[in-house]
Design a protein around this ligand. Structure first.
Ligand code: HOZ
Length: 432
């Protein structure tokens, strides 16, 4: 049933050549497979729930280009809309109706967002929001959580997740001490630590930023009351609450984690899904705060390709597709089947494991858990995860090449895809 003899000769050739051309042979670190061993496969094309590599092998994909592909890759309606938009030009660098359309869709969907600024990536969105938090409160310090990742701006590279966690790096060289001296960190799900930081730094903390559901330290859900507690603490100490919904936005619910959990932050960052596979980020929030952004206000932030017509088009069509009735019920059902199935198979094959899912986002740790924060996540047997990852890949299932990244499904994934994935997982876990 299961093919374990895939040939990846061409992938190996291309990746070997890439090593001389780009640092580590990649454009973004986690892609290099450093923590799971072996070499990355080199993609040729993607469609629906599947990837084909340059050797012609087909894989069921649970990375979804790191989150954007919630409709499945290259959805025909997104591609058709892009073809039409392409004829009108690739970049305007000027206002367009498309920006209004996507802005209205985002404002309608996301409870905290009354005004929005489009940028080109999640990193850029978080950089913009950071400056705005500080400007609005006239305070410099921020609180972030261990294992949360908010892009690669200097201030956020403290106990960061994603590639920093994957590679086990200390905080990055090249980041001036001054840039991180204002970054305070706390363990995720630990309200007492946050309160202590507020007490120790009275009237100095601009705000708290977090992934409301962590995806960059593996998948970690917030404990009951955690998000509500942060909302209360930030109110009490006159600080802003910022949800980084680059991963969770339009993924765990149409209105993101803030809709799902009923907690409304002051500001929100978005990316991934709202670009429908093209490079987009956004930050938005309360009108009084957003009115400080230039040129409405003095807080400077700009971008040549921001509001790009192709990116806006892909985003609009993706959100339209997500509005179809039943979409999120379907995503919840298939992802639960996958996450529960993986845990059951781990149990039956004798592996300590824990994990879970919310809508189309999931994770599996090789530790008995529970995992409430990054310290807990680090107890996972990463060597075993590496062997699991390789086994799955060799049998046609593409998972994120790191224990410290969440998995993503799409509504292009079928029940049969999930069943096939679970059959493969049983085979692999039996031989780990
Ligand atoms: N921030 C993404 C992972 N959490 C980017 C990974 C990549 O594209 O390699």
């Amino acid at each position: 049933m299961v093919n374990t003899t895939i040939k990846t000769t061409k992938s190996q050739e291309v990746f070997a050549a890439a090593q001389n051309l780009m640092p580590g042979g990649v454009s973004s670190p986690v892609r290099a497979f450093k923590s799971v061993g072996g070499q990355p496969i080199v993609f040729d094309r993607v469609k629906g729930a599947y990837i084909w590599d340059v050797d012609g092998n087909k894989y069921i994909d649970y990375v979804g280009t790191w989150g954007p592909a919630i409709c499945g890759h290259a959805h025909p309606e997104v591609i058709a809309a892009l073809h039409e938009a392409l004829e009108k030009g690739t970049s305007f660098g000027a206002p367009s109706t498309l920006e209004n359309v996507l802005a209205e869709m985002v404002i309608d969907a996301v409870p905290s967002i009354e005004m929005v600024r489009f940028v080109n990536s999640g990193t850029e969105a978080c950089m913009g929001v950071l400056r705005l938090m500080r400007a609005f409160t006239n305070r410099d310090k921020i609180i972030k959580f261990e294992g949360c990742y908010h892009g690669h701006a200097d201030t956020f590279l403290v106990k960061a997740g994603s590639g920093v966690a994957t590679l086990g790096l200390p905080d990055s060289p090249g980041v001036p001490k001054a840039a991180t001296s204002t970054t305070l960190t706390a363990p995720f799900n630990d309200l007492e630590s946050v309160k202590a930081l507020f007490e120790e730094n009275r009237d100095e903390i601009a705000g708290v930023i977090l992934e409301p559901v962590v995806g960059n330290a593996g998948f970690i859900a917030p404990d009951a009351g955690f998000l509500e507690g942060l909302r209360e603490l930030t109110h009490e100490y006159g600080a802003l609450l910022v949800f980084d919904e680059v991963m969770t936005g339009f993924r765990i619910a149409y209105g993101g984690a803030q809709e799902k959990f009923g907690v409304t932050p002051d500001l929100t960052t978005l990316g991934k899904v709202i670009g429908g596979g093209l490079p987009v980020g956004a930050y938005g929030g309360r009108r009084d705060i957003m009115s400080m952004v230039a040129p409405a206000g003095p807080v400077y932030q700009a971008g040549t390709l921001s509001g790009n017509p192709l990116a806006m088009t892909a985003g609009i069509k993706t959100l339209e597709l997500l509005q179809k009735p039943g979409t999120y019920d379907y995503l919840e059902r298939i992802t639960k089947k996958l996450a529960d199935g993986l845990l059951q198979i781990a149990k039956e094959t004798g592996h300590a494991a824990c994990g879970g899912q919310i809508s189309a986002m999931f994770g599996l740790f090789f530790t008995s858990g529970p995992v409430h924060n990054y310290e807990d996540a680090k107890k996972s047997d990463t060597a075993k995860f590496g062997r699991f990852h390789r086994g799955m890949l060799e049998r046609g299932v593409y998972l994120a090449p790191s224990q410290f990244e969440a998995g993503f499904t799409s509504f292009a994934h079928t029940e049969e895809d999930i069943e096939q994935t679970l059959a493969v997982a049983r085979d692999v876990m039996s031989s780990l």
